[in-house]
Design a protein around this ligand. Structure first.
Ligand code: NAD
Length: 256
């Protein structure tokens, strides 16, 4: 039987692309939930996550951070459908709720579902481990379309976490974001973030290691949001039937 997939955020930009990718993958699109009514033609709209989860093997979610805790509780209580969540801007409490749901159902949570970015994340961790923090200043620059509501992007934070992990520190202890005014000199070991917004840029991320004697930059550019949608559908097909746990896109790609 074809995998039955539901989409939370079905009326959104990702929701529309996901609906196309689910159908292209030969899976069954059960329907979706959204705060608005502009769902793609021929897609059933469900009243809430509990109703949607009942008929699905897996729910794909690309909505807003404010939805994460409620949807985590609804899916965990249903205890049936797996969950693939790509919403960005999740707080620590939101992420705790996602992890708690993963005790009941299998969950894939990723700040970026493109295979290329996940390879960059793996390299970022290795670079963080190889390039000492007292000599190599790590900076992350990202640019996105003008509609993006959170900053820095989830992917940029993910890159920072990877570098921090390689360095054996917690990102929260070394993160410097949104510098402005008289900031003082750069702290040794800091991981810096700069966010640019404009036009319709799908997503650009550059990780820089700047030392006195050399500089290394690793850039990923997404040209089409379909890279995220097809990756998320790949994750959905992979996660069905897995034991309850919090998985990453690296797990899906077999990179762990
Ligand atoms: P969008 O604004 O076009 O769509 C979001 C949709 O979610 C809207 O239709 C909105 O009505 C709906 N929504 C919001 N709150 C809801 C709720 N409580 N219940 C049901 N529906 C709700 O945004 P988008 O560009 O499609 O992106 C959605 C999210 O996915 C953002 O957080 C974005 O940053 C993230 N994103 C992640 C990846 C990734 O690879 N992880 C890729 C692209 C976008």
């Amino acid at each position: 039987m074809a995998t039955r997939i539901g989409i939370a955020g079905i009326a959104g930009r990702m929701g529309h692309l996901l609906a196309e990718e689910v159908r292209a993958a030969g899976a069954t699109l059960v329907g979706g939930v959204d705060r608005t009514d502009t769902v793609p033609p021929g897609v059933a709209k469900f009243p809430d996550m509990t109703a949607l989860a009942k008929g699905c093997d897996v729910v794909l979610e690309f909505t807003h951070a404010s939805a994460a805790q409620g949807h985590a509780a609804a899916l965990a209580a249903a205890g049936k459908a797996a969950w693939v969540i790509g919403t960005s801007g999740l707080s620590a409490a939101d992420e705790d709720a996602v992890a708690k749901a993963a005790e009941r159902i299998p969950v894939v949570y990723a700040s970026n579902f493109s295979p290329g970015v996940n390879l960059v994340l793996a390299l970022a961790e290795r670079m963080g481990a190889a390039l000492p923090a007292d000599a190599y200043d790590a900076e992350i620059m990202e640019m996105h379309h003008r509609q993006k509501v959170d900053a820095p992007s989830g992917t940029a934070v993910g890159m920072g976490r990877a570098v921090a992990k390689g360095r054996g520190v917690k990102l929260e202890d070394v993160m410097q974001s949104g510098r402005d005014g008289n900031t003082g000199a750069r702290a040794t070991g800091a991981i810096g973030f700069a966010a640019l917004r404009g036009g319709q840029i799908v997503g650009e991320h550059t990780l820089i290691f700047a030392a006195a004697t050399e500089q290394i930059a690793l850039t990923h550019r997404a040209f089409d949001r379909r890279a995220f949608a097809s990756g998320a559908v790949r994750a959905a097909l992979w996660v069905v039937g897995k034991p309850p746990r919090l998985y990453s896109m690296m797990d899906v790609l077999g990179m762990t």
